[in-house]
Design a protein around this ligand. Structure first.
Ligand SMILES: *Cc1c(COP(=O)(O)O)cnc(C)c1O
Length: 376
């Protein structure tokens, strides 16, 4: 928790549940990543947290933006981003969204299929395009599965055709999966696309860029490698494969930029036991899976939880949300322990919840209000 957040919680005691985010930490994370990978252009993945104060601070730092929808493109423009600084990075876009982005001046688009490339050729003529390659997501706590990306052979075919359709075949991209804790995942992915990159150049395609995607981890319950280790591993791999002829490098961090900048302040609604002899207490909070903690699905992302009793004895707990839905359990198998003194009405903090929380909050399920948000 940053001093600014601690002061805000102490003086305002905002109604729970709410996210409180320190925008100075967003800036610090952006600078740390820029220092770790000084040759890479940073395109902030807006979906991680699209709040205006976050976008504005990043605009002030000359960040660029990776937008997943026309709404995100427009949010960036409204926050002061230049259209040339926005990449429309979703490989699945409505025609109307492509047109609106193109008309607004966006010139950089992703695709991973022939069908989407043809849509871009028709509705965003002359645009710079990059093709997303399917890579292994091993080592990622929140993998992006097989929904995105194409094979090397298909990417080769598509990129050799892009120019004849009137598009500018700008580069290749991948995403190693979110909350990726293995630097090796980037090395393997770079190895995979580097060969294709070189082949395409030799075939006369004017490729200039490799987009390494996002994935850089935030510290949750478990330690993660320092960002400098990712930077070093990536630059080593790039140099191994390209020598001095490095292509332009892009990265699209989301979680790393905003994750540890915010926390959720929540309230304990009930502490109970299934049976009086059961050592495991059930702790019900006023936020759960539907209030924004969607990434607890499969207990994939394990947030740290702090309470006002943290120096007292602890015991095992299962932790759940407040709705009447059986899926609304945060942690049952991940060996969480909370203070035995914890009781109904206590405030707790879920740390490092600045990414992928506010936007996952449902509105009105079971009548619960959406998550409050404060940006300091
Ligand atoms: C979600 C996403 C990102 C951001 O991923 P993080 O793991 O949050 O860094 C970047 N690029 C694309 C294409 C994405 O879908």
């Amino acid at each position: 928790m940053t001093p600014k957040i601690a002061r805000f919680l102490a003086t305002h005691q905002p109604a729970t549940p709410c996210l409180v985010l320190d925008v100075d930490r967003v800036e610090a994370n952006f600078r740390a990543l820029r220092d770790a990978l000084p040759l890479a252009q940073i395109y902030y993945a807006v979906k991680a947290n699209p709040a205006r104060p976050v976008l504005q601070r990043l605009v002030g730092l000359s960040s660029r933006f990776d937008a997943a929808s026309i709404e995100e493109v427009e949010a960036c423009l409204q926050a002061g981003a230049r259209a040339e600084a926005i990449s429309f990075g979703n490989t699945i876009k409505k025609v109307s969204s492509i047109r609106r982005a193109y008309d607004a001046g966006v010139t950089l688009f992703a695709f991973d299929s022939r069908e989407e490339m043809e849509k871009l050729a028709r509705h965003a003529p002359g645009a710079r395009v990059y093709c997303r390659i399917l890579v292994e997501n091993e080592g990622a706590d929140w993998p992006l599965s097989r929904k995105f990306g194409t094979t090397i052979d298909s990417a080769r075919y598509l990129m050799t055709r892009a120019a004849s359709l009137g598009l500018d075949p700008y580069g290749l991209s991948f995403h190693v999966g979110s909350q990726q804790t293995a630097t090796r995942a980037y090395e393997l992915a770079i190895g995979k696309v580097a060969m294709l990159f070189t082949d395409l150049i030799e075939a006369g395609v004017n490729l200039r860029m490799i987009n390494l995607g996002g994935g850089f981890p935030t510290r949750y319950r478990d330690e993660v490698p320092e960002i400098g280790r990712f930077g070093a591993a990536i630059m080593r791999a790039m140099t191994d494969h390209f020598g001095n002829a490095l292509p332009e490098l892009l990265i699209e961090p989301g979680r790393f930029i905003v994750g540890d900048a915010g926390l959720v302040s929540a309230e304990v609604v009930l502490v109970s036991r299934r049976d009086p002899d059961d050592p495991v207490r059930w702790v019900y909070l006023d936020i759960g899976r539907f209030g924004g903690l969607a990434e607890t699905e499969g207990e994939a992302i394990r947030y740290r939880i702090s309470t006002q009793h943290d120096d007292s004895p602890m015991g095992p707990v299962a932790i759940a949300g407040p709705t009447c839905d059986g899926a609304d359990i945060l942690y049952e198998r991940s060996n969480y322990r909370l203070p035995l003194a914890l009781t109904c009405g206590d405030r707790v903090e879920l740390l490092a919840t600045g990414a992928y929380v506010t936007t996952y909050a449902s509105t009105g399920f079971n009548g619960f209000a959406p998550l409050g948000e404060y940006y300091l």
